[in-house]
Design a binder for this molecule. Structure first.
Ligand SMILES: [Zn+2]
Length: 603
């Protein structure tokens, strides 16, 4: 979609210190700049922005990338939009490439449509806000809930009046298809004189749902008195997906960083009520179970997540799903806890009944992930019997296997062994090998965003080897996979596609790969890589492939390590996390140097 040459041109004109500096307060650190990492909560800086490399890197949580990636991962912008925003800042026009005009037109229309949808939703939000001012009944309801006008304004709360066509007064055309597409108006019946249109939200307190950019993407509406359903959400639309969005994230984003902890609750009223009581760091899932996407988003904003649930059976079930979604992300530096309120309470009613301090106390006593895992597996079982303990262990094993490698994984194993009446070593032996381990911490891309030409050639070579000898993928370690998958575009996307195809189909052809890659946002850059890979001449024999790839990987790992070490050394005083990472890097460097020597085959 966007020509590769343009991306390079754009990145060479943009200054990443400006781009990041708009979101993070940066101070000089050696020849670089440092700040508090916006991707994980911290009190002393581990986050470095390097003007010479035009990259950012966090020594605490490992995030890194260039200006485009920063806007995508921190700002939540889709790739093409991030490119457009940067281009606008430096006065460049994004060229439209002429490979597929139909595709381009489709993309343009989709973009225009999303913009007009958020525009329509924004107008509706303004209408609901104005209606709230005119409704003493709705205001009284919010007051009874203990909310002040300030909090209501902060969350943009509104009121959808009774009546079937309240929105007709807010829009010039009630039959504008955008109103239906935005989920605001329900259309019933076939086109013609009998077709009926009416407002989806009627006589409800309205909670606008915003994305990370602050745009209104949907609504939640709550009945004022009795009535069903109690909560009504916008349907899925091109701008709104329940499985991805968290209510209150936009409003909570500063508090998440300041408090270093996120509270995840089930309802929007809980989020607003907690903010009113001084817990501005709460967010809510939107009437769905917590998904992997939710957890990923949460950990982008905080390293400490507390899931708060009602103490009833539904709450227990929801906790089980949250546990499963959180396990793969539970690294040693992160904290995941579960808070169960008394069965008669949700967070809103709990705080109102027992006060702020009681909630603070309950938070402090939240169950850590390790214990929740065992309790979840043991639910309903009699651990007093050998059968119960064996069954608990059998249920716990797939959960435990989801944990990333690290100390926590070992700790949980020991705890499970104890609860299961086994020695730790016996359980380790029984489970070892068969359980799939997840990826280790990702290493930085070789050379950062602006790679030396040599690295790009090596990555091309690795791409060629893997495209022609897919079996070689399985000779690589997890660290190799992670390194390849995390290289900047277009190589990272290429290696990820190889991994996906091999995983899904067990086999791979260059054509299948090209097709898979066609759907990427930066498909053009990837297509150029595929062309290069096709054109690379064939090396004389196949059996040298494995050795060559090993040598390439070793060299790439070493470059990545050296690069990260150098960045660390040129950045002066940083956090303890960064110091620890420095020691880790030196140890890795030493281990790598002690490994097999590089062969001349590479490069
Ligand atoms: Zn970080």
């Amino acid at each position: 979609m966007i020509p590769t040459g343009f991306l390079q041109d754009l990145l060479s004109r943009v200054d990443i210190v400006d781009v990041v500096g708009r979101h993070v307060e940066l101070k000089k650190a050696g020849i670089n700049h440092k700040g508090l990492c916006p991707f994980h909560g911290e009190k002393t800086p581990s986050f470095i922005v390097s003007p010479s490399r035009q990259t950012y890197h966090c020594f605490g949580c490992g995030v890194h990338g260039d200006a485009i990636r920063f806007l995508v991962e921190h700002g939540g912008l889709p790739f093409p939009e991030a490119v457009r925003e940067l281009a606008q800042q430096v006065g460049l026009q994004v060229p439209e490439d002429d490979t597929d005009p139909a595709e381009r037109e489709r993309a343009r229309q989709a973009r225009a449509r999303q913009l007009s949808l958020t525009d329509v939703l924004d107008k509706a939000a303004a209408h609901y806000r104005a209606q709230l001012k005119a409704s003493p009944r709705a205001i009284d309801y919010l007051k009874r809930r203990g909310l002040t006008g300030r909090i209501a304004a902060r969350f943009g709360l509104g009121y959808a009046p009774e009546g079937w066509r309240s929105l007709a007064s807010a829009f010039p055309r009630y039959d504008d298809p955008l109103l239906a597409d935005a989920g605001l108006v329900i259309v019933q019946g076939d086109e013609g004189p009998d077709q009926k249109r009416y407002d989806r939200f009627r006589d409800r307190v309205m909670f606008p749902i915003r994305n990370v950019k602050g745009e209104v993407i949907g609504f939640g509406g709550r009945v004022i008195d009795a009535g069903e359903p109690k909560y009504l959400n916008s349907p899925e639309t091109p701008v709104f997906s329940k499985g991805r969005e968290l209510y209150g994230l936009f409003e909570a984003r500063h508090a998440l960083r300041e408090r270093g902890c996120a509270i995840v609750v089930e309802g929007y009223m809980d989020v607003v009520a907690l903010a009113q009581s001084g817990f501005a760091n709460a967010v809510a899932t939107l009437g769905t179970a917590c998904t992997a996407d939710h957890v990923r988003t949460l950990f982008r904003h905080s390293d400490d997540v507390v899931f708060a649930f009602d103490g009833d059976a539904a709450g227990r079930r929801a906790a089980g799903r949250a546990l499963e979604a959180a396990l793969p992300h539970a690294t040693d530096l992160r904290r995941v806890r579960f808070l169960f309120l008394p069965p008669e309470h949700d967070p809103d009613s709990f705080v109102r009944a027992h006060g702020l301090e009681a909630f603070e106390q309950a938070l402090a006593q939240a169950v850590p992930l390790s214990r929740q895992l065992i309790e979840h597996a043991a639910d309903g079982l009699d651990l007093g019997s050998a059968e119960g303990r064996a069954r608990m262990l059998a249920l716990a094993r797939p959960l435990w296997a989801q944990l990333p490698d690290g100390l926590l994984r070992g700790q949980v194993l020991a705890a499970l062994a104890e609860a299961g009446g086994l020695g730790t070593e016996a359980l380790r032996e029984a489970w070892q090998g068969a359980a799939p381990s997840s990826r280790p911490r990702r290493w930085p891309p070789p050379g950062g965003g602006r790679r030396k030409l040599g690295t790009a050639t090596q990555l091309d070579r690795a791409a060629w080897l893997l495209a022609h000898h897919p079996d070689l993928w399985f000779t690589l370690t997890d660290a190799d996979h992670a390194l390849l998958a995390d290289t900047p575009a277009p190589h990272g996307a290429f290696f990820c596609a190889i991994e996906r195809l091999l995983h899904d189909h067990g086999a791979l052809t260059l054509d299948a790969l090209a097709a898979e890659l066609g759907a990427q946002p930066d498909a053009e850059a990837v297509a150029a890589l595929v062309t290069r890979v096709r054109a690379l001449h064939h090396f004389d024999s196949d059996d040298h492939g494995a050795a060559e790839l090993q040598a390439l990987m070793q060299r790439l790992h070493r470059q990545a390590l050296d690069d990260e070490l150098q960045l660390l050394m040129e950045s002066g005083e940083l956090s303890d996390d960064a110091r620890r990472r420095g020691q880790e890097l030196l140890a890795l460097r030493k281990a790598l140097a002690a490994g097999p020597a590089l062969t001349a085959a590479a490069g």
